[in-house]
Design a protein around this ligand. Structure first.
Ligand code: HAM
Length: 422
């Protein structure tokens, strides 16, 4: 019997992990400059936390959660997102007492039972950042500025930043009424779920995946026409700050986001390179959620980047040679092999990524092995070279060769790497 990974769950193979690590390290570096601290939250929470936070009527909660009873009969769920858990942790540990404005990030897997396709899986990963305790709009623009800087530092360009405002409960009421009226006129074209949502939660029709529903919402009224004075001022100020920070954006009045907790600012970044699953990050303000969970009345904003999608976009930027060892030792004969084995460990201690083949092979096979490993340089040392006291250092990219004295070969290689290794 040969086992395979579960549908929608993917292995991240060694060749890809370097890209993942690079992206996550860059997020940590940049987020750190803005004062964010890491928090690690559990994979499993009471299912009720997500139902209450994200909304019972959302696709995530009603169709996509991995919910089950644990051995004591408690209904638990694999986390489909991180925001609800982060707030739960802030309240449980009273983190808000220590920091009036909390800036937190977390990185890790999320679980949603969606139909797997390119760019969409059932276990996927997110890089989340949240600012808790500031009403904005400065913090909104700062968060978006940090996000876009992160993408450009990964070498990602041609991204489209969409922004919208979903208003507050005060202006949402009249919008809801108008939207329900509009949807009722087209109810025959809506799927059974949306026909029900039309009355219970009409905003959710915007993120339905059924094509006929997508067509209907194209002509739907815009939330922006219903914003109250305070929400209009918030949105105008946000746009002014974004412009002042030199950021291009598109106002997308139909950007509703698939979670119920949003108020005011919402945003998403899209790319044209990934096909249908084109959102690489989604986020927004959720000013009422902390109180809803029993904490203080604390406004907040955050985002979650879909790591798989960013990896896919940035993978081509990492050259294969960068992933291989700095040097491959190619000794020929027992004497050279024993010496090389000792150099190997010293070179690693000196900070070089170094490999050697332990089977005794001929030069041709060793070079093939170095090439497979994508080594940058190869040190060839046969019996002749040992007698002469000089090895041959071959560059695998330019194919240039030079002699290298063997009596101090470890220091020579370390110095050479530091000074002229291109
Ligand atoms: P979300 O829009 O549900 O927001 O997810 C954010 C990002 O996660 C998406 O833009 C996408 O890149 C990625 N993603 C979502 N589902 C999948 C999937 N099945 N496969 C691959 N990637 C996926 C949230 O999760 C909110 N918690 C964001 C947030 C944080 N809002 C405020 N703070």
């Amino acid at each position: 019997m040969q086992y395979k990974a579960i549908r929608g769950f993917r292995d991240i193979l060694p060749d890809q992990v370097e890209t993942w690590n690079r992206i996550e390290a860059e997020a940590k570096r940049i987020f750190g400059l803005f004062g964010f601290k890491e928090i690690r939250i559990p994979m499993l929470e009471k299912a009720e936390l997500f139902a209450r936070g994200i909304g019972q009527d959302t696709d995530i909660v009603s169709k996509e959660m991995y919910t089950f009873q644990d051995r004591k009969g408690t209904s638990v769920a694999m986390r489909p997102e991180a925001t609800a858990s982060i707030l739960r942790a802030c309240i449980e540990h009273k983190l808000y007492e220590e920091y009036p404005v909390l800036k937190l990030f977390t990185i890790g897997p999320m679980f949603r039972y969606e139909r797997p396709q390119k760019g969409r899986s059932r276990q996927f990963h997110q890089i989340n950042a949240e600012i808790i305790g500031d009403p904005g709009p400065r913090s909104d623009s700062e968060l978006i500025f940090m996000l876009m800087w992160f993408f450009s530092s990964l070498g990602l360009h041609d991204l489209i930043l969409n922004v919208n405002s979903l208003g507050c409960p005060r202006c949402r009421g009249p919008f809801r009424a108008e939207l329900t009226g509009y949807l009722k006129r087209y109810s025959a074209q809506l799927c059974p779920d949306c026909q029900r949502r039309m009355d219970t939660n009409p905003l959710r029709v915007f993120d339905c995946k059924v094509e006929t529903c997508n067509q209907v919402v194209k002509g739907a009224p815009s939330m922006l026409d219903f914003l109250c004075n305070d929400c209009t001022h918030h949105f105008d100020s946000l746009m002014a700050y974004l412009k002042a920070l030199g950021m291009d954006f598109v106002i997308n009045p139909h950007l509703m986001r698939g979670l119920d907790y949003y108020t005011r600012t919402t945003f998403e970044v899209q790319t044209q390179e990934l096909g249908a699953q084109n959102a690489i990050v989604g986020g927004g303000r959720y000013d009422k959620l902390m109180k809803e969970f029993g904490g203080p009345d604390s406004p907040a904003i955050g985002f979650a980047i879909g790591t798989e999608r960013v990896v896919e976009l940035s993978d081509e930027h990492t050259s294969q040679r960068e992933k291989g060892p700095d040097i491959f030792l190619a000794p020929l004969g027992k004497g050279a092999e024993d010496k090389a084995f000792m150099w190997l460990q010293e070179l690693r201690k000196g900070g070089l990524r170094c490999e050697m083949e332990y089977r005794s092979l001929g030069l041709k096979a060793l070079m093939r092995r170095a090439d497979r490993l994508k080594a940058r340089k190869v040190l060839i040392v046969g019996e002749d070279e040992l007698i002469k006291g000089k090895g041959i250092l071959r560059d695998m990219v330019t194919k240039e060769q030079r002699e290298l004295p063997l009596d101090n070969v470890v220091d020579e290689l370390i110095r050479f790497k530091e000074t002229s290794w291109t």
